[in-house]
Design a protein around this ligand. Structure first.
Ligand code: AAT
Length: 284
């Protein structure tokens, strides 16, 4: 541990720890679910940390929030009803709001403290909560989805933390089954699916489960986020049985002029995988 620096350590990335220089700790609290910390970093702006794991930094959040949102929403024509699980900072809501076809945006975040501190310290993310189409639910995403009537949503975005802690069940098959039921035929899900460098075993399990549950298609895409472990993170994108979805070619392009990261070329490129990852994911 280097004094004055934050080091991100976890059994999920043993033997390595990315560090950021801390200018000032702005908030420290303990919610019913996790430790919540916010600090001002020297080079990445403000940083939100849950249970010692970086969730968001001001500097690179666009790479994650834009990709986890626009990969699914640009893949289907006219998305109208969208559900976000997790994402309590509001960044994904901000991105969903950019789609004018969307009429209803529901979010279910387990931890009200994440929402509160984001409104206080991350106004550029929490701006997502101000959209009148948004309905906020504070509760467990697993329970929320079980109660959703069949075929409700065009898209579900699972902006979840890592599978150690309150998000564990969001990586398991019963959860994917509820997501599938909550989607209309030909609806899509995009779920945080960890790093090809660190978590091929997790990705393998997610792919295997998703292939059993989602009868449309199952694809892995990835992006670069310098403050996430190994500097990359991926998403599993799946569709339910019904009108076919070809995720690789955005059928519903968005106005890219206001975005920092996402564009149609990066959308298609995100599905190109290194050979070692392709072998594992395609074999599932
Ligand atoms: N956009 C920020 C990136 C995140 S935040 C993940 C969110 O998921 C957190 O706010 C957390 O409180 C919430 N969450 C965890 N479990 C549940 C649950 N069961 N139901 C609803 N919300 C939940 C992800 C960062 C990825 C980090 C990669 N190392």
């Amino acid at each position: 541990v280097i004094p004055g620096w934050f080091s991100e350590m976890s059994p999920m990335w043993p033997g390595e720890a990315h560090s950021l220089k801390v200018e000032k700790i702005l908030f420290q609290g303990k919610s019913d679910f996790q430790n919540v910390m916010i600090f001002q970093s020297a080079t990445y702006g403000k940083v939100l940390v849950l249970d010692g794991v970086i969730q968001v930094t001001e500097r690179d959040e666009c790479a994650y929030q834009e990709m986890i949102t626009h990969l699914p929403l640009c893949s289907i024509p006219n998305p109208k009803k969208v559900l976000v699980i997790g994402g309590g900072d509001g960044g994904v809501l901000r991105e969903v709001s950019r789609h004018s076809s969307v009429e209803q945006i529901d979010i279910c975040e387990i931890d009200g403290m994440v929402v509160d501190v984001s409104k206080q310290y991350f106004p550029h993310l929490a701006v997502g909560f101000e959209d009148p189409r948004v309905t906020v639910n504070i509760g467990d995403g697993v329970a929320f989805l079980k109660a959703v009537p069949e075929g409700t949503y065009d898209a579900v975005i699972v902006d979840s933390s890592d599978p150690i802690g309150p998000a564990q069940e969001l990586f398991e098959k019963p959860f994917f089954e509820s997501v599938s039921k909550a989607l209309r035929p030909g609806g899509v899900v995009c779920t945080q699916a960890e790093s090809i460098w660190l978590h091929m075993h997790i990705i393998e399990d997610i792919a295997a489960n998703c292939r059993q549950v989602f009868k449309g298609s199952v694809n892995y895409a990835w992006t670069t986020v310098p403050t996430y472990p190994s500097g990359v993170i991926g998403f599993m994108l799946c569709s339910t049985e019904g009108p076919a979805v070809d995720f690789k070619y955005p059928a519903n392009p968005i106005d890219e002029s206001k975005l920092k990261f996402y564009n149609s070329e990066i959308h298609s490129a995100a599905f190109c995988l290194p050979t070692f990852a392709k072998k594992v994911i395609d074999s599932k």
